[in-house]
Design a protein around this ligand. Structure first.
Ligand code: CA
Length: 220
């Protein structure tokens, strides 16, 4: 989220986190641009009125740099030209401030759904299948119910399988950069996933790579 108004930023970030999103906040267009170029975000919330680089300029620069992350532009009420300018600059959608939280969440979900359509909807590894559209996980013939954070963690492991991912990569992707990486939350979530995915299965899929992190793979 790129937003210079701290109250709006902290209120919105808190609401998004409560809805299981990991959120990084940039207070200037320049900072947002750098972050968006170096992190694989699922979506960008971009305020149009920023000190320095405007939201429009940030949007143009991102698209010029080949960043295709869906962008939801936050615009002022009544300024139709601003919205048109935003969409022309490469934004995917816009939301007029002040917005209702429920609408923000719905727009974000829609944007990310559209974006997933461009990628792979179903991830498969061994007898494990993750349906990213329906947010459904099946191992063998049984459906595995997961919470949203468990799902995000498994999806990340699947996307990188059979490679090892580090604890800090997990923290950055599934939680956010303000998360205290010294806590053992990653381990707690890995263990929960193991209980649900690997418990009573002859073939274990989730492995600890000592001193490095975790991976999802079939061990021969
Ligand atoms: Ca602003």
């Amino acid at each position: 989220m790129v937003e210079d108004e701290r109250r709006v930023a902290s209120f919105t970030a808190r609401a998004l986190r409560e809805n299981a999103y990991a959120v990084d906040v940039a207070e200037t267009g320049e900072a947002g641009l750098e972050m968006a170029k170096s992190n694989p975000y699922d979506a960008i919330l971009l305020d149009i009125r920023l000190p320095g680089l405007s939201g429009i300029e940030v949007c143009q620069k991102l698209r010029d740099a080949g960043v295709e992350t869906p962008i939801l532009m936050l615009t002022a009420r009544g300024l139709v030209e601003q919205r048109v300018e935003g969409l022309d600059a490469g934004a995917d959608d816009y939301l007029v401030k002040p917005f209702a939280l429920a609408e923000l969440l719905a727009r974000l979900r829609a944007l990310m759904r559209r974006n997933l359509g461009r990628g792979t909807a179903k991830l498969r590894y061994a007898d494990l299948e993750v349906d990213r559209h329906r947010r459904r996980v099946v191992r063998g013939r049984s459906t595995v119910p997961l919470t949203s954070k468990e799902f995000a963690l498994l999806e990340f492991l699947m996307l990188r399988a059979p490679d090892t991912i580090t604890r800090s990569e997990i923290v950055e992707h599934v939680w956010d950069c303000h998360f205290d990486s010294a806590s053992n939350l990653v381990e707690v979530y890995i263990n929960r996933l193991r209980q649900k995915i690997d418990h009573e299965q002859p073939q274990k899929l989730i492995h600890t790579v000592r001193g490095v992190g975790y991976c999802l793979r079939l061990e021969s």
